[in-house]
Design a protein around this ligand. Structure first.
Ligand SMILES: *Cc1c(COP(=O)(O)O)cnc(C)c1O
Length: 493
């Protein structure tokens, strides 16, 4: 299987090359030339497998230059029971219709672990497969969740090194501690005086800096990113939709072949696009409900066909969905509209911040997708009402999706099983969850963890509970202007 660019001008590369390179040379995203197909026979086999076996089987359909044995060895390490406590992605029932797919049992308590625990291993092998002798130097700017998940995934992975920059006053105390206490010989964390945009701009500047590239190259490194547009992050996400379907069949909740719906709290469109790929592979999925918070640019796009980023940006209690450019949407445009249209729309987006798709493409998207959004009040109310009705706690992002799923079912009367992707532990956003439950606020985040635990009668996840006792390893802060010097000066660190 070879990979081509969504904008049509990169030629063909292997999966290993696509993972190593990240972005195609023409600015597009890598996509497989064709979508591999699941059969009834392969579904029956998958149902009998463990999660790592399912992951290796599905990923080997896409990553044909990796052997099944290599992928299985990596998946068994990445999704081991001591990393994903309580299993890789258990499913909880919420009433008759909703099935909550809990993707947050990994080491950082957010769904990004599902991809970032395995992707560094795929990259490490990609370096060998492409004859790369240098070490990949991963640079990350984070507003919280991605940084920790990337640190944990890359820690002590062969031929990689990682530095994460975060805004000194822009992350929560728990997020800061999660990063500052990270173990591993190849990891580094640095705060910057500035906001997330300053960190992001700084990282982009370093990526594009020829002098920095040369100096790094001389010392045996090259820059790489852990961004969600990398194919290596997307393909592991296809797995859990197929696996969830297998689990529902295994439990007798649905019959093999029966169609189910999916609802995903969406930011960069990576997670929901993985569900669409699963559907294209032949998994019996009907509608994909794209859930947004008040940054509802995708809801508008799915309803009108116009993507317009010229609008106000809102800071919400579901910060990982506060996004105006959903990069992976480009992959959907490409699959359904082809590379020529995609390149033209992306050019318009770049120049004017806006594009409108044609009727034919809109109709094809409408066949599978529908958009709903939920405001801050609706998010809080959903957390509270789910807890009161089902004694089940959602984090803020998942609450947005649950509200969207409920609205969709009420408006359409479509009562097929609905798999809702649950993307973070409620403890990861404990202060918002505490306020939703009690109408009160608490300054101390560790106190919020205790309170949420007392109210819900559930345990604080071990990685968060242990944080207050862990030693801080990284406490440096620099000006945004000094980020490059920090990176280059630190190569020997
Ligand atoms: C990253 C993230 C999302 C958004 O996922 P996309 O793949 O970017 O659409 C949703 N919820 C949480 C908790 C996240 O960390």
């Amino acid at each position: 299987m070879e990979y081509i660019s969504t904008r049509g001008n990169n030629g063909k590369v292997s999966a290993a090359q696509a993972i190593k390179q990240g972005l195609a040379d023409d600015g597009g995203l890598f996509m497989p030339e064709s979508i591999p197909q699941l059969t009834v026979f392969s579904m029956e086999k998958l149902i009998g497998m463990t999660y790592p076996q399912r992951a290796a089987s599905i990923m080997s359909m896409y990553l044909t230059d990796y052997t099944y044995e290599e992928l299985l060895a990596d998946c068994e390490k990445a999704y081991a029971p001591d990393r994903f406590i309580g299993g890789a992605c258990p499913i909880s029932e919420l009433g008759k219709d909703l099935r909550i797919l809990e993707l947050w049992h990994g080491p950082t308590c957010a769904f990004k672990d599902m991809a970032l625990q395995i992707m560094p291993r795929l990259l490490s092998r990609a370096l060998d497969k492409t004859g790369e002798e240098r070490t990949a130097y991963i640079l990350v700017a984070t507003s919280g969740d991605t940084g920790k998940a990337a640190l944990d995934g890359y820690a002590d992975v062969n031929k990689t090194r990682i530095t994460v920059f975060y805004p000194l006053d822009g992350v929560s105390r728990i997020q800061k501690l999660q990063m500052a206490t990270q173990s591993g010989e190849n990891v580094d964390v640095c705060a910057i005086h500035g906001n997330f945009d300053d960190a992001q701009t700084g990282v982009k500047k370093i990526f594009g800096d020829k002098e920095a590239q040369k100096e790094l190259n001389d010392k045996g490194f090259f820059f790489s990113s852990a961004n969600s547009i990398n194919w290596g992050r997307l393909v592991p996400q296809v797995v859990y939709y197929v696996s969830a379907y297998c689990e529902l069949v295994k439990k007798g909740d649905i019959k093999l072949g029966e169609k189910v719906n999916v609802c995903v709290p969406t930011g960069n469109f990576g997670n929901i696009f993985a569900a669409y790929l699963a559907k294209q592979m032949g998994l019996p999925l009907a509608k994909l409900v794209c859930a947004s918070n008040v940054n509802n640019i995708l809801t508008d796009f799915l309803r009108t066909g116009t993507y317009d980023r010229n609008r106000a940006f809102h800071t919400t209690m579901s910060p990982s969905m506060d996004i105006l450019i959903s990069s992976n949407l480009e992959r959907l445009l490409y699959l359904l509209g082809g590379s020529e249209k995609t390149a033209a729309y992306m050019k318009q987006l770049n120049e004017t911040g806006c594009y409108t798709i044609d009727e034919e493409l809109k109709k094809r998207i409408d066949d599978s997708f529908v958009g709903y959004y939920c405001d801050e009040k609706g998010t809080s109310e959903t957390i509270r009402s789910s807890f009161e009705t089902y004694h089940y706690l959602h984090d803020t992002h998942t609450a947005v999706a649950v509200k969207a799923a409920e609205d969709y079912i009420r408006e359409t009367g479509d009562h097929r099983r609905m798999i809702v992707a649950s993307t973070a532990s409620p403890y990861k956003f404990a202060s918002s969850v505490y306020t939703a439950l009690t109408d009160k606020t608490l300054d101390d985040e560790f106190e919020c963890l205790e309170q949420v635990s007392a109210i819900s009668g559930t345990e604080i996840p071990r990685p968060l509970a242990e944080l207050s006792q862990k030693a801080v390893r990284f406490n440096q802060a620099v000006d945004a202007a000094s980020m490059k010097n920090y990176v280059l000066g630190g190569i020997g660190r």
